[in-house]
Design a protein around this ligand. Structure first.
Ligand code: HEM
Length: 440
């Protein structure tokens, strides 16, 4: 398998310089011939900006996993890992870097995430390395433990019921009318934002996300992102100032109070964290609810099973996360020469882990393309892993559980509408911008 690990469309990928055993070569050659018939996709073809990948990425990801489990994407200058165990090994390696400024010039992470960052700028937690990352994460992580998050369940249930109350038509857009508002309202309430401001809050956060995760944003998208970021920054700045004199039970108040060994968050750090929570938690959770409901409606036997036994909800949400992950890839930067999956890569290379491919690895999950809410082993890579494991994982789970249970009890006969659905094209994410459903 060694040489299968590193394939690229480039005629001589440096990582393919291996000396396989003659027996391996014998086994390998016929497959190379078969594989080179249709070149493996690269670059933009492996993002939702490509129509067919956007509609259904799984056949291509499955090809990558079996033909080039570590693919050198010479177009976007990154290595893509698609086997479950390799993805896990990259994400859980405690020494890998996340700060894009440490990536080699010209590589995907450096160009796409690092270019707009100045040398003295403090990145968000997601792109931060130790020891700063540990410090920042420990100052806010107590608000996201399973116990701390559980206290938001009654409020989340109320938010879901309120949003469902506004749905008056027999046919509605599940994303715009339901899955979109739920996480925005919940995170806004957690941060203690006035309900009157929820709409602008959502609009700015959506605009910030569209360009933030797109390696090829249009000029308009960049302008809209910059404007939205400035508005969000000023908004959080004002919220923090006004909250100082009236501390409450919300997360901004918690951040103001947070103190660890005499250490406190600066105003700038609080603004960055609030921004990150908003950006990291909105589109992702909307996509989880949307993809999850779609999987249920596409598989009526599973929908029926959940209606018959709502206690299956926790396992069902884990299976939704595995089956159609809202975040399809994450990444790290090699801090040294490493050899994961039989492909040596050098320090400073961009390593892209395909969470969606890992979650469908047949070596780990029997019948990976089958959506089964009673699957026994539903562990998955959808929240990443290691030091940067999603901070909001418990909150996302709770929101999705409450959203889907609420929807199911309000509209037990929910079904697809002939108006269909449209996938959005935000790179690294998988979800829908519209998903029409009928209540009868
Ligand atoms: C279904 C919903 C969600 C999914 C699929 C998701 C997925 C992810 C992934 C893949 C990462 C990167 C992990 C890595 O590279 O190892 C991440 C990081 C993060 N997520 Fe989430 N996320 C979701 C919801 C949320 C929510 C609701 C919040 C907070 C309100 C949140 C906050 C964060 C933060 C702060 C990080 C950075 C953690 C760090 O760098 O230490 N996420 N998430």
């Amino acid at each position: 398998m060694l040489q299968l690990g590193c394939r690229s469309k480039a005629p001589k990928a440096p990582c393919c310089e291996v000396n396989p055993h003659p027996l391996l070569l014998y086994l390998y050659i016929p497959r190379v011939h078969k594989m080179t018939d249709t070149p493996l996709p690269q670059g933009i073809e492996l993002t939702p900006l490509n129509d067919s990948f956007r509609e259904d990425p799984y056949p291509v990801l499955s090809r990558l996993r079996s033909e080039a489990p570590v693919l050198e994407d010479t177009e976007l200058k990154r290595f893509i890992y698609s086997r479950h165990d390799d993805v896990k090994a990259v994400l859980r390696d405690p020494d890998m870097w996340s700060d894009p400024r440490k990536a080699n010039p010209g590589t995907f992470t450096r160009e796409f995430l690092g270019q707009s960052m100045t040398e003295d700028e403090e990145p968000s937690m997601l792109l931060m390395d130790e020891p700063d990352h540990r410090r920042l994460r420990s100052l806010v992580s107590h608000s996201f433990t399973p116990k701390a998050v559980e206290k938001w369940r009654p409020r989340t249930r109320e938010v879901v019921a309120r949003i469902l109350d506004n749905i008056k038509e027999d046919e509605f857009d599940l994303i715009l009318d339901f899955a979109g508002p739920v996480p925005t309202v919940v995170i806004a309430e957690i941060l203690g934002i006035d309900p009157d401001k929820h709409d602008s809050f959502k609009q700015w956060s959506d605009q910030a996300v569209v360009a933030a995760f797109n390696p090829f944003p249009t000029e308009e998208q960049v302008a809209a992102r910059d404007e939205a970021n400035t508005k969000l920054w000023n908004f959080f700045d004002a919220e923090i100032k006004s909250r100082r004199n009236h501390l409450g039970t919300d997360l901004i108040s918690d951040m103001i109070r947070a103190e660890l060994d005499g250490d406190k968050l600066t105003v700038e750090e609080m603004i960055r964290q609030s921004n990150l929570l908003l950006i990291a938690g909105n589109v992702t959770t909307t996509d989880l609810i949307g993809n999850g409901v779609k999987a249920l409606l596409d598989n009526p036997d599973q929908w029926q099973k959940l209606k018959d036994d709502p206690s299956l909800i926790e396992n069902a949400i884990e299976e939704m996360l595995r089956f159609d992950s809202p975040v399809v890839n994450s990444g790290r930067i090699a801090n040294r020469q490493i050899d994961i999956g039989g492909c040596p890569v050098h320090q400073g290379e961009s390593l892209n882990t395909s969470l969606a491919a890992a979650n469908h690895d047949p070596d780990i999950y029997p019948e990976p393309a089958r959506f089964n809410i009673e699957r026994e082993d539903t562990h998955h890579q959808s929240f990443g892993g290691g030091r940067h494991l999603c901070l909001g994982a418990h909150l996302a789970r709770l929101e999705a559980q409450e959203a889907i249970l609420g929807l199911m009890s309000r509209f037990p006969d929910l079904g697809h509408s002939p108006k269909g659905h449209t996938y959005h094209s935000i790179p690294s994410f998988r979800g829908m911008s519209h998903f029409w459903v009928k209540t009868t």
